[in-house]
Design a protein around this ligand. Structure first.
Ligand code: UTP
Length: 282
């Protein structure tokens, strides 16, 4: 069983300034729900019950969101708006939320290492909440948990991206072992597009085995002067096995303004369609 999901959420979100000056990027709403809540719901769908969130200075709104607000509850109780709190109440009452702070933002790899105290010695999921995913049939993390039970190694989600954008991502080179499944042979973070080993880019969904922590402890800063998770995964792949999985579904890069607007339009249309369907069914 994979019970825990790590949410590195300590980054500054500079691409969204000034919106992210006092509000965490993970709390920006897509329609009426903050980004991180979509991620938490995806982890729960994948069978996880403990959310381990890496926060930093200025991120307290995340903790308040996954807690009871007595004042709001008493104001809204018995009114026609009460149903709007139904989903978040369910999360708060039924799942565990744990937190630790990353005091210096030294990179995603460092943020994962900081999460070691919350995870311990067991395999775990990782969700970067600014990558908003909608799986086909089931969520992306649930698809990956299914694969973990078969392969018992770290798994990264990948997607094909056009050459001119590949330099923004971690990129893999691998041998296809099943349709859409690659045994990783090499990985590079933010390559020069001309030298990228493939067009398969890593997105913000991972299943990691806990030996990743000891590897991360010894990793030196890489691309952009940051401690890169990609560099640790490359070592893990060389020592044993890491799989890349071309997931089934959509992914919106909500860390960029363009992707955020695209996701907003997509989920607003979806909400409208669901509301029309509900009315018809009544
Ligand atoms: P990003 O680089 O996309 O996020 O990191 P950012 O740094 O917040 O955004 P920009 O580039 O300044 O706009 C990917 C994920 O890793 C987390 C971020 O919160 C995001 O979810 N992260 C990154 C950390 O938790 N700690 C870090 O030191 C770096």
């Amino acid at each position: 069983m994979i019970r825990k999901c790590l949410f590195p959420a300590a980054g500054y979100g500079t691409r969204f300034l000034p919106a992210t000056k006092a509000i965490p990027k993970e709390m920006l709403p897509i329609v009426n729900k903050p980004l991180i809540q979509y991620g938490v719901e995806e982890a729960i769908e994948a069978g996880m019950d403990t959310m381990a969130i890496i926060t930093g200075r200025g991120k307290r709104a995340i903790e308040d969101h996954f807690d009871i607000s007595y004042e709001l509850e008493s104001q809204i109780q018995g009114t026609s708006k009460e149903h709007l709190l139904h989903d978040i109440r369910h999360l708060v009452q039924n799942y565990t939320f744990t937190y630790t702070r990353q005091k210096q933002m030294l990179g995603l790899g460092h943020a994962v290492l900081v999460g070691r105290t919350l995870i311990g010695n067991e395999p775990f999921g990782v969700v970067l909440a600014d990558d908003l995913c909608e799986g086909e049939e089931k969520g992306v993390l649930a698809q990956m948990v299914g694969l973990y039970h078969k392969y018992r190694c770290s798994i990264v989600a990948v997607m094909e991206v056009p050459k001119e954008q590949i330099g923004k991502y971690g990129v893999i080179r691998g041998k296809e072992i099943e349709e859409g499944l690659y045994m990783i042979e090499d990985m590079v973070e933010k390559p020069n597009p001309a030298e990228a080993p493939s067009n398969l880019a890593v997105i913000g969904r991972y299943i990691l085995t806990p030996d990743i922590f000891d590897i991360l402890k010894d990793i030196k800063p890489g691309a952009g002067g940051e401690i890169q998770l990609t560099d640790a995964l490359k070592i893990q792949a060389q020592k044993g096995m890491v799989i890349a999985y071309r997931f089934k579904g959509k992914r919106f890069d909500c860390g960029s303004v363009e992707g955020y607007v695209e996701a907003t339009n997509y989920f607003f249309d979806k909400l409208k369609r669901d509301t029309i369907k509900e009315k018809k069914d009544v």
